[in-house]
Write a protein that binds this ligand. Sequence first.
Ligand code: SDX
Length: 431
Amino acid sequence: MTTQRTASLTLDGKTTEFPVLSGTIGPEVIDIRTLYGKTNTFTFDPGFMSTAACKSSITYIDGDKGELLYRGYPIEQLAEHCNFLETCYLLKNGELPNQDQYDDWEKRVKNHTMVHEQLTRFFQGFRRDAHPMAVLVGVVGALSAFYHDSLDINNPQHRLVAAIRLIAKLPTIVAMTYKYSMGEPFMYPRNNLDYSANFMHMMFGTPCEEYKPNPVLVKALDRILILHADHEQNASTSTVRLSGSSGANPFACIAAGIACLWGPAHGGANEACLKMLEEIGDVSRVGEYIKRSKDKNDSFKLMGFGHRVYKNFDPRAKLMRETCHDVLNELGLHDDRLFKLALALEKIALEDEYFVEKKLYPNVDFYSGIVQRALGIPVPLFTGIFALARTIGWIAQWHEMIGDPEQKIGRPRQLYTGAAPRTVTPLAKRP
Ligand code: SDX
């Protein structure tokens, strides 16, 4: 019989033992759920640098090796052999579908690609130049108004329908956000097209003529969606889990995830990275910006570089760089100045001792902006594409959290540093 391994904590001469739990692969955890009850103390871990918030079987990241697995499959193999809808099935259900399962899954998603016709009126309330992420937070959150009362989150069938609705409708809503900003008519989904081809049709098609998506560009977009689909307990996924732990409906939880993803330190980095490359403008100025990124008195950071977990190449960045190359070649943009600038910036940064010592490598956002720009996606919509892709990850993680018998409402504590108890002086008597 294997003995339970424990970790000892000694505080004021009293030693307390805590169980050590192991997963399939990766770091073990010290189960400190009884810490407060036994020692009347909390752990302190702002930013959760050393904290596992849950058990999960969905995605695994090895930051030192630069490895990313979805349900045990390396991201490189999924990007090579699967499409995004197949990857959605894998993340949600834990196994890759066979042909019958895939056909049924695709049919179910296609049955939900349209949005309620009244939802189109939400867009009219936004300025045409509103940031797409502001629109997405609002419109996706508004889905709760259409489905909230038909959703029992403890009913597996209801949870499945909610998941399929979100996977199916996000492309339609993101495309509508773009069309609204352009003053062009919304395009209805075409269910005779595959998932990413349909998205390109809704984005770039018009009622005036037949739109024929370029298969090379469609495959590139599909790969971009695969690369962004899930990523363990990142900030926006943790936001979705925390929102869901109160019993909030999945549409509201996904809207919360979109809001968190918007930040430039997270999903907003692709937009910020492209703006940074535009500002640098020329290889001759790279040194100036590398210098600024190392200056503690300068808030500038090299966008698209660094990662909380990866202390090696983000495997998605390598795949994105390849995709970038394929798209630029297909479009005859071999000499795209921003791509050449990004390659030069990457080379210079990776040879700089500051970046080497702090293990700062390109992350998924470094090249994604360049390839999306080449696909014709406007810069402010880059993070919207990230949100479209990450919806399946958020849903899979939300689903896992709801189904976890150990899950409780998330409610962290604090180290209180405010005023000690004191007495109120009535207003008339205050000096
Ligand atoms: C995503 O978590 C996920 O999985 C996220 C994501 C996903 O798929 O969900 O992978 C998507 O969000 C990718 C990250 C995109 N963000 C950026 O590219 C923004 C630029 N990167 C940095 O803001 C930063 O690297 C973070 C936010 C990504 C990570 O921050 P951490 O883990 O809190 O690390 P840190 O800021 O403490 O950095 C450690 C050191 C610091 O120096 P010291 O204080 O130790 O002296 O490295 C420095 C930082 O100043 N540093 C950088 C830097 N990133 C970190 N210095 C210059 N340029 C950078 N980009």
